[in-house]
Design a protein around this ligand. Structure first.
Ligand code: ATP
Length: 442
């Protein structure tokens, strides 16, 4: 038989001796309890890819909570939280590192609507439940076999050939979120689904599998996708696989126009991030909500975003942005005076402005929006309420009125700094005094 591949050298080289010795200790304590422990899932994939790993997942043949308690007895500084009913435990080490432990198990669904019955089983069955071959590899951490790769579904070959492949033909029917996970790994790793997996996606979409899925779960997977820096490729993949009707509740009205809009939004986001390195970060997913769903009619948009169960603040910000964007858009196709433009654009969030900037292929609109983003979005008045008091204006509503007028004067270019602002205030005070004097008393 072919020699088994061993990853111990990679564990030490990529992760360092501290994590290696933690894993070895875990394997030894497991062995002393007559259990076997394995590194699984994304961390094995990342070891083979020489990529960063965030979470390290361990699967134990046996009770993970019992193993966790035993480890804690040996290392009092180790923090352990266990969830006996799930058979899981989390170990937190003093340096901040975490290891997640799970008991290997298979889920039986006694009937389609019933909760799964969890039974323990071996590592092979655990791997069989996973989404793709590249995520269905394990590494022994048992002392005698530490580092040995366990790869029953040839994930290492698929990694080498840059392929996302499901383990069996019912995979997407069992769990439709895997369709979005497949896209996530395609985009993140620069891989592609193999022909069979892609056919299974089309088939599952045809069978309307997403109707079984709650909006909240759909959104959870989707939000990971929208956070990746590959929005145009994502949009193209969603078109190719006929997923837009699932995500939007209706197909794209004009695919070519939609694609051009997405391409412009990618450029706008890049432009913004280059130009305003120090500005508050804009969240990609917020922009993509506005661009991908912003052309739906009101009722459908509201319904879709509600189904996603976004946090209330995000929902109302997105709805408000889309409404404001539509109002502003038709008017900005022609040049507007600065104050009208300011009033139209200042209620929008930065993500809303970037969506608007990309909405149409219209230079007049783009010039006006980018001018606003660069010079007026973050407009600071040269004088504060305190400054106005120092100029002799008593506290009260008058201060607020003057500040609002000052804002307009700044937007219109009459006021450029503290000095011109003070002059401007004095003039407007004089004007209102002489106005008052000219009125008959009483
Ligand atoms: P990342 O680097 O994004 O964390 P990951 O592979 O660790 O990638 P997770 O979402 O943390 O991704 O999942 C951990 C592991 O759990 C996966 O590697 C996979 O084996 C398994 N898994 C996650 N979601 C599913 C799913 N929907 N169906 C089957 N297996 C899944």
């Amino acid at each position: 038989p072919a020699p088994r591949r061993n990853l111990a050298g990679r564990v030490r080289g990529q992760w360092g001796p501290a994590r290696e010795s933690r894993l070895r200790e875990l394997g030894e304590v497991a062995a002393s309890l007559d259990m076997r422990a394995y590194l699984v899932g994304g961390s094995v994939r990342d070891l083979l890819l020489n990529a960063q790993t965030q979470d390290v997942d361990i699967v134990v043949e046996g009770e993970a909570p019992v193993l966790a308690r035993q480890l804690q007895a040996r290392n009092p500084e180790l923090q352990v939280s266990v969830h006996p009913s799930f058979g899981t435990a989390t170990l937190s080490f003093p340096g901040g590192e975490r290891l997640d432990l799970a008991s290997s198990r298979v889920e039986h669904y006694p009937s389609p609507a019933a909760l799964p019955r969890v039974e323990s089983s071996g590592i092979q069955a655990d791997l069989w439940r996973r989404d793709f071959t590249i995520n269905a590899m394990a590494m022994h951490i048992h002392p005698e076999r530490f580092g040995e790769l366990l790869d029953p579904y040839h994930g290492a070959t698929d990694l080498k050939e840059r392929r996302i492949r499901v383990l069996h033909s019912l995979s997407f029917i069992e769990d439709p979120t895997r369709i979005l996970r497949a896209l996530r790994f395609e985009l993140r790793l620069g891989f592609l689904m193999d022909a069979m997996s892609e056919r299974l996606v089309r088939n599952a979409v045809h069978l309307d599998v997403f109707s079984q899925l709650s909006g909240a779960r759909l959104w959870r997977e989707l939000s990971y996708l929208l956070d990746l820096p590959h929005a145009l490729a994502l949009s193209d993949r969603l078109s190719e696989l006929h997923l837009w009707p699932v995500l939007r509740g209706e197909p794209l009205a004009d695919p070519a126009r939609f694609r051009a809009r997405v391409a412009r939004a990618v450029d706008s986001l890049r432009w913004y991030r280059l130009l305003f390195r120090a500005a508050p970060e804009v969240a990609g997913w917020r922009l993509w909500i506005r661009v991908f769903w912003g052309d739906l009619d009101d009722a459908r948009l509201r319904q879709r975003l509600r189904e996603f169960q976004l946090p209330a603040r995000e929902l109302s910000a997105a709805l408000s942005d889309v409404e404001k964007l539509r109002q502003a858009r038709s008017r900005l196709l022609k040049p507007l005076d600065p104050w009208t433009r300011y009033q139209l654009l200042s209620p929008l969030s930065m993500e809303g402005l970037l969506a608007l900037l990309s909405w149409d292929e219209c230079e007049i609109l783009q010039a006006q929006v980018s001018e606003f983003i660069q010079h007026q979005y973050d407009l600071r008045l040269p004088l504060s309420g305190k400054d106005l008091q120092a100029l002799g204006i008593p506290r009260g509503p008058r201060i607020g009125e003057l500040l609002a007028q000052l804002r307009r004067a700044v937007v219109e270019g009459h006021v450029t700094d503290r000095e011109t602002a003070k002059q401007w205030i004095r003039q407007s005070l004089q004007a209102s005094e002489s106005h008052a004097r000219s009125q008959p008393p009483g």
